[in-house]
Write a protein of this length. Sequence first.
Length: 441
Amino acid sequence: MAQDRIGFVSGTIACTLGIFLGDVWLYLSGRWFGRPWLGRAPLKWLVSPEAVARSARWFERRGALVIFLSRFIPGTRLPTYLAAGILRMSFWRFTVALFVPVALWTPLLVGLAWLLGEQVFGLFERFSRYAIPGMVAALVLVWTVVAVGGKLVTHEGRRQLVGWWRRKVAWEFWPPWAFYPPVVLYVLWLGLRYRSLTLFTLANPAIPASGFIGESKSAILGALDPATVARYRVIAAELPLAEKLAAVQTFQDELGLGFPIVLKPDAGQRGQGVTVARTSEEVEQYFRRSTGDAIVQEHVAGAELGIFYVRMPGQTQGEVFAITDKRLPEVAGDGRRSLARLILDDRARSRWRAPTSSGKKTGSTTCRGPASGSSWSRSVPTAAGRSFSMVRRTVLPSSSVPSTPSARGSRASTSAASICAPRRSTPFVPAGASRCSSSTA
């Protein structure tokens, strides 16, 4: 058309029919040939019949919108149209949902080619040396649009994107390989500056290597006043399983302890291997997995605080630099939404709610920010007038919500929905704190 070999109307009709019929063929290919392949290996190992049925129901509800939007999102048409055929979406619904965007999109593209075709070819010749970098950039752009655009069309996808972004900007969610390299480089720079690469190991003189790595928790606890430490016992790694279980039982009997109890490795970090065992079966499972010396310790109920105490060289008295109130996220069901939906809807919002001086109510659950004490109501009324306090504790991130039917379809039996996971780092010492327990250290 740019060379006047074919008219605008004729070119538009030809392109429209070609695009439309080609996309219909993709749909028919999936409908005729794709479904039987789902019952054969290896696809039958990857896609269950329940997943196919669930996807088919989803396509019946939202398929028309997905077909319409896929016309404007590069890279999504082939898998979308094949999936529509495999899932047996109504042929007439598919053709209508397909023809409308084709009829809108094709004249625009044909018109641009007609008006700007010669200029575009001239630009191609002029910038041909940038073809490969441009192609790479285009592929990256298309991949980004497909990866992000596909999630933007669903509520679940949008919530997963929110969780993904907030975990990237909040350093406490960073993996060790991303968090520690800058710290290591900073320590090396300080070592060069002060002419000692091991100077940092003097920070805690009473702990070997200042607790740099692999220090013994039992050795640290043994150096403290027993009256201020939760009672514990070390279980040697070389003991047979039966003797380990007997040692735990003896520890409980001697101290009159029931469940729960805390089990953790004697040398560990970042909370790895820490378990709050509530039954004898959980104790046995822990020691079946455990490979090193372990500690069994009485469980201290109540708030768990991480205190950062600093005393500089030459000072006779230090100060509490920061304190972290450690709480697990909590979600209470509303009797309507699945656990996965509750997590996606509320977790990011609750974690990042700005501190307030008064409680903010979400449904029937009261959530207060750090300034008001960070308290959360658990007992909530049901439609039948009874009260439940069943709260499911979870640390599941928004982007890792399980996609199994049981996770999506499960219903909790309470009537308030909220996930609250506060953090605060304010210099205070709680009244009445008399015992120390590093149950997540």
